[in-house]
Design a binder for this molecule. Structure first.
Ligand code: ZN
Length: 149
């Protein structure tokens, strides 16, 4: 999904969350986490290119066409989601963490629904087992074109 789509969806989810949470900090955390999970794409770019992706066009080109690179995407992971929600319930973390978890969950579910991702693609353990190869992340036939998710 494109960043603008994540901004719109995260804004809507945060507005609904605000009705319940009534905490500006939690609502801002929800909004920002729903967008900035995608910073892990920047980390993948940096690991491969040894430079910061200072242009969005360069980042998109990397995501779509740099077949030699690996996709670590440490934040696009169901395991991280389980850790966050587990910590909230087990440790009684506050509303800011619930906001982060809601934004994070919304982002992952939207990416999963609208991007050509393999059903197991967002399992970090599955990607690690396959040495973070691009081809295990995308559905067959889509590994050369990814969205700007
Ligand atoms: Zn994403």
């Amino acid at each position: 999904m494109k960043p603008t789509h994540h901004v719109i969806i995260s804004g809507g989810v945060s507005a609904v969350f605000a009705l319940w949470a009534q905490s500006w900090g939690a609502v801002v955390a929800c909004f920002l986490s729903g967008i900035f999970i995608d910073l892990d794409h920047h980390l993948d770019y940096f690991i491969f290119k040894k430079e910061l992706p200072l242009s969005y066009k360069k980042l998109v080109h990397f995501l779509r066409h740099e077949h030699r690179s690996k996709l670590f995407l440490f934040l696009h992971s169901y395991e991280v989601l389980v850790l966050i929600w587990g910590a909230i319930f087990l440790l009684g973390l506050d509303l800011v963490w619930i906001g982060i978890a809601i934004g994070f969950t919304t982002h992952i579910l939207c990416d999963e629904a609208f991007n050509p991702i393999s059903p197991r693609g967002y399992f970090l353990t599955y990607r690690a087992k396959n040495r973070f190869a691009r081809k295990v992340f995308f559905k067959k036939g889509h590994h050369d074109e990814t969205a700007e998710d």
